[in-house]
Write a protein that binds this ligand. Structure first.
Ligand code: ADP
Ligand code: ASP
Ligand code: MG
Length: 458
């Protein structure tokens, strides 16, 4: 039977009203003859709240921790009652067990005034474990054949707590074993996103925003017909709507374009979402749970040839530039190897690289190991660091064949203080680095220039 993975983000399951909408969307898909496999995030803002409680516990703020936990319990119980699921004995039992576990995890942090990544994962995972139970019970309450599945039995990962990597082959086996029988019976499997299990049995998470990735992993694991990412916007937009208020929906994207946009900050997709889909050539759709009638964005290997020059813009704030100059004045043989070996040693990804005869400039968006990296580089180079930079990426497959397009991007930004310009190896994107303070204006300006609604210029 054809299966469709349908992932609903936090705002799509924020309360009973939103969950009822989810049920209508899932029912409609089922009525069209495909079996939904549902992946849900925690109820809106719950993950932030849980991690906030872990921090309160670490600081020893016992009263706040107690009050916060009670509030979370009240919220889940209230939504369950609104959905007519409060009489479901298995849901009541699941909530009791999960909250007791959460309580003891927070207690342990408070006792030792320290929160290690394992504990943080177990705490953060409560959000999805609770929401998936709630959604499954709400479906059962309206007569749908829903089966709750512990996502940790399917999404098997390594043990890098808080940013675990999936074990793809093991997931394929587990997904078939756990999910195929449910799909074959025409029932609706409901799993929490974001969470997984390490080889030692401990709970892991795939990193913030990771439920999209869970959906793609599950979809690839069962060979789904389609992976749907249901969120709070009409699809992938031509720019981050929090910066550009008249961004348009992009109807079609290639896998490569979507992967670049996600990587360069389009939050609507977790950066790793596309890879499992590519591996099995499964279409990914981004849809709006608040407006299910909107067409959304369809992401495929080979989308219809668009009449547009560019697909979309994306941006990331909080970027740090490191200018690294060889102390011998020339880029001696082996210099770049030594530079990149340092980033490797401190497990820090480099986004943009530009070089000159004597120096190399790189950007990083995770500056946690910044001081260690600089110390290691200073052993053989001079280093200057600039923080509060931003990265602005223009993405589009046509950039690979039409070099005039890159010139158009850079030409449109001449009045902005650009610090780095790079056209990636794939040449599917042009990436600009500039001060964070100039980002919003630059993005709005570039969007007007490249995506002007009136013009046929796209
Ligand atoms: P969910 O909770 O459903 O996973 P997210 O908040 O993670 O939702 O992602 C959706 C948000 O991504 C949107 O509300 C929007 O603010 C942001 N976003 C950033 N860039 C884009 C873009 N290019 N297209 C659409 N949304 C974007
Ligand atoms: N709930 C998790 C988060 O907020 C995962 C997700 O929603 O994708 O990061
Ligand atoms: Mg998200």
């Amino acid at each position: 039977m054809p299966a469709v993975v349908m992932k609903f983000g936090g705002s799509s399951v924020v309360d009973a009203t939103a969950i009822r909408r989810v049920i209508r969307i899932v029912t409609a898909e089922r009525d069209r003859g495909r079996v939904p496999v549902v992946v849900v995030s925690a109820l809106g803002r719950v993950t932030d709240r849980l991690l906030g409680l872990a921090e309160e516990a670490r600081l020893g703020h016992q009263v706040d921790v107690e009050a916060g936990t009670a509030e979370l319990l009240r919220r889940h119980a209230h939504e369950a009652a609104q959905l007519g699921a409060d009489g479901d004995a298995s849901l009541v039992q699941a909530f009791d067990t999960q909250f007791a576990h959460l309580h003891s995890l927070l207690q342990a942090i408070e006792d030792c005034r320290a929160a290690d990544p394992r504990a943080l994962d177990a705490i953060a995972a409560s959000g999805e474990l609770l929401s998936s139970r709630l959604v499954a019970a709400a479906m059962t309450a309206v007569g749908l054949p829903a089966v709750w599945v512990d996502a940790r039995d399917v999404v098997l990962t390594d043990d890098r707590h808080t940013c675990a990597a999936p074990r793809i082959d093991d997931i394929a086996v587990a997904a078939r074993e756990k999910l195929d029988p449910i799909v074959s019976a025409g029932s609706i499997a409901v799993l929490g996103g974001f969470v997984g299990r390490a080889p030692d049995g401990s709970t892991t998470t795939l990193g913030r925003g990771g439920s999209d990735y869970s959906a793609a992993l599950v979809g690839a694991g069962i060979g789904a017909d389609e992976i749907q990412i249901w969120t709070d916007v009409d699809g992938m937009l031509t720019a981050d709507p929090r910066v550009v208020n008249d961004a348009d929906v992009v109807p079609h994207l290639s896998f490569a374009e979507a992967a670049e946009l996600a990587y360069f900050g389009a939050k609507v997709l977790h950066p790793s979402t596309i890879f499992p889909a590519v591996a099995r050539n499964i279409p990914v759709r981004i849809l709006n749970s608040h407006r299910p009638e909107a067409k959304g964005t369809l992401i495929t290997a080979d989308p219809p040839r668009a009449h547009r020059s560019f697909a979309a813009l994306a941006c990331k704030r909080g970027i740090t530039i490191l200018d690294i100059t060889s102390s011998r004045m020339l880029m001696a043989h082996g210099f770049l190897r030594r530079v990149f070996e340092v980033f490797d040693r401190f497990e820090t990804a480099v986004d943009v690289v530009t070089t000159s005869e004597v120096s190399v400039s790189v950007t990083i968006d995770d500056n946690r190991r910044g001081p260690d990296i600089v110390a290691a580089l200073l052993e053989f180079a001079d280093v200057t660091v600039e923080e509060q930079m931003a990265l602005l990426a223009v993405v589009g497959d046509r950039l690979t064949t039409n070099s005039a397009l890159a010139a158009r991007v850079v030409g449109a930004l001449t009045s902005f203080p650009l610090r780095m310009i790079s056209q990636a190896a794939s040449r599917r994107n042009v990436t600009i680095v500039l001060p964070e303070a100039s980002l919003a204006r630059a993005m709005m300006h570039l969007h007007r220039e490249l995506f002007a609604v009136s013009g046929q210029m796209r």
